[in-house]
Design a protein. Sequence first.
Length: 327
Amino acid sequence: MKKILVLFSFVLSSCILSAQQLYSESSILMGSSFNISVVAEDEEFAKESLALAKEEIVRIEKLISSWIQGSETSKINQNAGVAAVKVSKELFDLIYRAQQISKLTSGAFDISFAAVGKLWEFDGRESQMPDQEILNASIVNIGHHLIELNEEASTVFLLKKGMRIGFGAIGKGYAADRAKQVLVERGVVGGIINASGDMNTWGTKPDGSSWTIGIVNPMNNKKVFSWFSLEHDAVVTSGDYEKFTQINGERYSHIIDPRTGIPAKGIVSCTVFAGKAELADALATAVFVMGKEAGLFLINQLPNIEAILIDDSGMIHRSKNIEIEEN
Ligand code: ADP
Ligand code: MG
């Protein structure tokens, strides 16, 4: 579980006053635990809604997984350096948006990081720095500009043979956005998609009050240091304490710096607030790589995006519109 715990106050007692209730269900989807909650008056409608949201997430996993043989993403990877692959408009658009975020973050976020992904195991065990020659030979296969998109033909071509793409840093966010959209289109008035702490909300709690989250400082005995009312629909945290590696006693995150092929260090968690979970997810990963100064500098340029970081000495850093008081 993430050490930045995001806690919700589900005030169910207020349901006595209103016919609306909160219906929730947890399941393992995309290798993560998803908790989906909907506000509804009718139990059957709520259950059907939860099932539809789950179906949507399963559908997305089949599209973007590089582990599922025969997925569009696997086909793109298998044809790296060989041929352009025709894909659905949905995947094409997702890759296009990923490329735009790479440009925005000067390449810190890059789905083609996956060319070096196989060199690292993030299971908490002590590992060794990969051989520099192997790293050098692998990082030449990273580069968002080497992903050739042809909109007319709806094709994706990874220009080099050693290239791979992976949606680990954006997939859960995209799935959360899509699941929310499916529910909103169905007329569900409020809810939360919580993908292991990557959150997407809409509407209000059954009692009409805003959804609130509390963020816990992982360096400080899990103490909640702040409560927020959600003004941004999506809140995403990057920095999973269970996925890290140690080299010579130093702890490295599972987020890879595409410039070096080496995992980023310095930030232990980065929470990004945005309108969409997909963008929040990608930016949280990018800020990790960029580091606190450059990362917050970028966030402060972007309208309606905020971030809170905790560095490896436990210090909290925040973007300009966030005020926090540690209690
Ligand atoms: P979390 O797993 O804590 O939610 P992220 O959303 O940041 O964190 O996703 C991390 C995952 O993103 C990694 O496991 C890997 O699959 C992928 N990834 C690692 N480095 C990068 C990068 N620089 N750009 C894009 N994706 C990355
Ligand atoms: Mg991310």
